[in-house]
Design a binder for this molecule. Structure first.
Ligand code: FMN
Ligand code: SF4
Ligand code: SF4
Length: 263
């Protein structure tokens, strides 16, 4: 069996989940990492038996810029296992979007999963999903893959039931840029600490950082924090715009959620 794992992962949690999933599959497994902008220049051609697609949830859905990219991928009847990785707040309409994507792009959806990853904006004061995926999440991701494999082996191509999102519609219709109203841009606060290594420039999923000045384009920045987390000098800092937002955020993500799989 040939499997193509297509994933986006700005801060590594989605990558950890798909790596665990790959360990539960038999046959040839190939990874296509679409995190960096140059990887999304060309359309993906599908030539395998199973596609595993994994994207983090931004604003209770698949981020618009990624949906715009994947909507050009045609399945021609290939099996699809779709995965949303989210920060313990909610996966919103993302799995419903995956289902719609499978229908319109001629994939056979045979599995879906919503896995938890440490929230991008988690901190010591608001430790939402801190340290996740943990060992138990990794085991569950591997078991999910074993179950997908079993389903394929037995010729069971039933489409799983995807739960309906119960959030008010307007929340899931806010633009990607909505996060900018709540989260500050990661500025270099300590110019003397920055050694101009360029790691943040190379890591940005949307090419938002100027390689000369290291300034960030406000209109491009996703607030994904890849640049903050990669900086070896901890020179970039960011945060929520108002202290009260941290309280709201912490409350929303306080109760530990379990991974959910649908087969
Ligand atoms: C702009 C933005 C919006 C997010 N929105 C949500 C959300 O609606 N629900 C949620 O639970 N987590 C949300 N998160 C958290 C991420 O889904 C989560 O941290 C995920 O594990 C990140 O994946 P990565 O490490 O592969 O980049 C958001 C993160 C960002 C950057
Ligand atoms: S500049 Fe914005 S989009 Fe680019 S890595 Fe930093 S937070 Fe993410
Ligand atoms: S990663 Fe940090 S040290 Fe390197 S250029 Fe960016 S801000 Fe400066």
């Amino acid at each position: 069996m040939k499997t193509e794992i297509i994933y986006f992962s700005a801060t590594g949690t989605t990558k950890a989940i798909v790596t665990a999933i790959s360990k539960g599959l038999r046959g040839e497994v190939h990874f296509t990492d679409i995190t960096l902008p140059e990887k999304r220049k060309d359309a993906i051609e599908i030539d395998c038996d199973l596609v595993i697609a994994a994207i983090p949830v931004y604003g209770e859905r698949i981020p618009d810029f990624l949906y715009d990219y994947i909507k050009n991928v045609q399945g021609n009847g290939t099996y699809l296992a779709a995965i949303s990785v989210y920060g313990n707040i909610g996966f919103g309409i993302s799995l419903e979007q995956w289902k719609r994507f499978a229908e319109t792009n001629h994939f056979r959806l045979i599995a879906a999963g919503a896995f938890i990853g440490q929230h991008t904006y988690a901190s010591r004061e608001a430790p939402v999903a801190y340290g996740r995926p943990d060992e138990s999440d990794i085991r569950e991701a591997r078991t999910f893959a074993v179950n997908i494999q079993k389903k394929i082996d037995t010729g069971d191509s039933k489409c799983p039931e995807i739960p309906k999102c119960t959030l008010p519609g307007f929340i899931t219709k806010l633009p990607d840029s909505g996060t900018r109203l709540l989260v500050r841009q990661p500025r270099i606060n300590n110019r003397t600490a920055c050694n101009n290594c360029g790691a943040c420039v190379r890591k940005c999923p949307v090419g938002a950082i100027d390689s000369e000045t290291l300034e960030i384009s406000e209109n491009k920045c996703l607030r994904c924090y890849a640049c903050v987390k990669i900086c070896p000098k901890k020179a970039r800092t960011a945060g929520l715009r108002l202290p009260v937002l941290r309280t709201v955020f912490n409350r929303a993500g306080m109760r530990k959620k379990e991974n959910q799989t649908f087969l």
